[in-house]
Design a protein around this ligand. Sequence first.
Ligand SMILES: [Zn+2]
Length: 277
Amino acid sequence: MNYCKLFLITGLLSLVINVGALAQINENKTVLCLVAHPDDAEFQCAGTLALLADKGWKIVIATMTPGQAGSAVLGPEEISAIRRVEAANSAALLNGSYYCLESEDVFITYDKPTLLKAIELIRKVRPTIVFTASPSDYMVDHEIASKIAMTACLASGIPNIKIDGTSPYPFIPYLYYCEPTFGLDIYGNEIKSKIHVDISSKIETKESMLVCHKSQRDWLLKISGVDDYLISMLEFSKKEGKEIKRDYAEGFRQHLGFSYPRNNILKSELGKQVFEH
Ligand SMILES: [Zn+2]
């Protein structure tokens, strides 16, 4: 088969998938946040999730790991059990649900078993929007989570990927990358978002969600003697807010590659609270 024919066929496949999308979009107001660790969603996109929840969207937060490395005192199973409850409590503040894909901190791997779990999640949740970590961030766990989310969005519609108890999802979700930690890549370069969401009206909700992760806040407080956990989130949200002359904001970049939907659904859903650059 020559390259042009292959391109035409994949193009048609994409068209079929996206026609399906148009039919489903209004009835499937579900947003999935798939990130590496418990508390990542709260730092990266909780304000925007809260705004979408107000518009009737169902919120699902999923993490690749239960955060088994997040304690210097408790063992991996003990701290994981605590952090699962903390993450579920945070999602519950938006009437949302929480899932864990059961990888381990530091060892999130881009391999077939992990991808199958992510594809299964997307087929079961059937989200219209997916948020994930920045493709470039200060630690590899975040970057691999980002890659896994990107592939799972595309692969969940492929019929020849068989997963018991699931059917292919005939829609590639709108995919948005959150900001890297403190907005920087590993060289210290600032990564500029092309989309900002004004979350000033939801900063207390974002804060309350982060406060649910008590084990992490207490740990950092003990180490540094400063409540850095909340302060760093507020400072960064404020810094992003300055980009759009608002009090607080969250920044995103949309995945605009081949086959993924390219219009900005955040703009059509959240209107004036969304700024495009
Ligand atoms: Zn993280």
